[in-house]
Design a protein around this ligand. Structure first.
Ligand code: AMP
Length: 383
């Protein structure tokens, strides 16, 4: 089956076409085409509808007369309703649209893509795969905020968690590497990209995660603040900040960018190595906060048997990993400096901890497109 995976960001649309055979389940299939439309919202590509039309044109060229068997859409926020991948129809599309306010940067482009893809390939089944659904197993004491219950009942204000597609994918790979059945895997998984989160996994299920109602809570990220005292927002509202200004401040002008001046981890570690104090401070803050979450989640998962790192930073930034692992020494975790420095950039999963480390630390490259393709094919086959 040929599966087209669509992954829409706020200003980009990435696609991947994969051939999945029932003979090799779990691999994500073989990629036969990929591409991306960037800078959506600027002059040439007005919105995600136009972007999808461009993708359809590109595919008409590269696929020739081969037919798509399914389209899988990454949808960031599944709200309280969507606890697993779902076959899309008109009612589901409307229900997804109702979730737009919960993830204003991410969900509206996905809904535009779903509508445009339904027009482009009216007879091809479409599936939505959610970043939130791996966290459906969060127990109530971790998904509840200590806020009046009416806010949850009226507005759905609770912790949902994100990055679930990636976390489950790398978690299963890590369990395989360790020779542990996924259903027995206890560990802490950190997805560290421009967005970053940590998740406590117990018995292959998410039991706590650092992102909450929106992908803003938790770790310090590229341009997002992560945890701040909510009192800061109340204070700024009283100073006359508008909702849009606060949104911009917290989502686009905070995090590494606010402290180091920009959000590219490689440039920040280079600058810190050359003695730039702001870059050093940004690294120290990000590593301290991550180490604190990992320590907390070691407890939350009942004693982690592994720490797993993924995402652009987790996979590629040896200096950042070294800093974080150094802070985990009180847990008996020891880095292997040579293994940590060894070049990444491959699909291989590998250990970066020393043989005498209390628990292994693994770097496992993520592949969200492969995971979405698998989930999409499974829904379509089960139809
Ligand atoms: P992602 O959102 O997963 O694509 O990750 C983006 C982040 O990964 C950015 O902060 C990049 O600076 C960082 N990153 C990507 N490649 C490298 C690398 N080779 N070394 C350090 N950081 C990297």
């Amino acid at each position: 089956m040929l599966v087209l995976v669509l992954n829409s960001g706020s200003s980009s649309l990435k696609y991947s076409v994969r051939r999945l055979d029932s003979g090799n389940p779990g691999t994500g299939g073989q990629e036969i085409a990929r591409g991306a439309i960037e800078r959506i919202g600027e002059d040439e590509v007005a919105d995600h509808t136009v972007a999808l039309e461009l993708v359809a044109e590109e595919l008409a060229g590269s696929l020739g007369n081969r037919q798509l068997g399914a389209v899988g859409h990454r949808v960031v926020h599944g709200g309280g309703r969507f606890t697993g991948p779902v076959l899309i129809d008109i009612e589901i599309t409307r229900a997804l649209e109702l979730l737009n306010p919960l993830a204003p940067l991410h969900n509206p482009p996905a809904v535009l893509c779903i509508r445009a893809a339904t027009r482009a390939w009216p007879n091809v089944p479409q599936v939505a795969v959610f970043d939130t659904s791996f966290h459906r197993t969060l127990p109530e004491h971790t998904w509840r905020y200590a806020l009046p219950d009416g806010l949850y009942r009226r507005h759905g204000i609770r912790r949902y968690g994100f990055h679930g597609i990636s976390v489950e994918y790398v978690g299963r790979r890590a369990a395989g590497l360790l020779g542990v059945p996924w259903a027995n895997f206890d560990g802490v998984i950190a997805h560290l990209g421009n967005g970053a989160s940590a998740t406590a996994v117990r018995g292959g299920r998410s039991v706590d995660t650092s992102m909450g109602f929106t992908p803003l809570e938790g770790l310090m990220m590229g341009t997002r603040s992560g945890d701040v005292d909510p009192g800061v927002l109340v204070f700024l509202l009283r100073q006359g900040y508008s909702a849009d200004e606060l949104d911009n401040l917290l989502n686009r002008d905070s995090g590494l960018k606010a402290v180091a001046g920009h959000n590219d981890m490689r440039a920040i570690t280079d600058a810190a190595a050359a003695g730039d104090e702001e870059a050093e401070l940004a690294l120290e803050m990000a590593a301290h906060r991550l180490a604190r979450y990992i320590g907390g989640y070691h407890v939350a998962c009942g004693g982690a048997k592994a720490v797993v790192l993924t995402g652009g930073i987790g996979e590629n930034s040896a200096p950042f990993r070294a800093k974080v692992l150094g802070k985990l020494e009180p847990l008996g975790i020891r880095a292997d400096p040579d293994a940590n420095e060894a070049a990444g950039g491959t699909e291989e999963a590998r250990s970066v901890s020393a043989p005498d480390s209390a628990i292994p630390v693994l770097v496992v490259p993520t592949d969200e497109q492969a995971a979405i393709a698998e989930a999409t094919a499974a829904v379509v086959r089960a139809r």
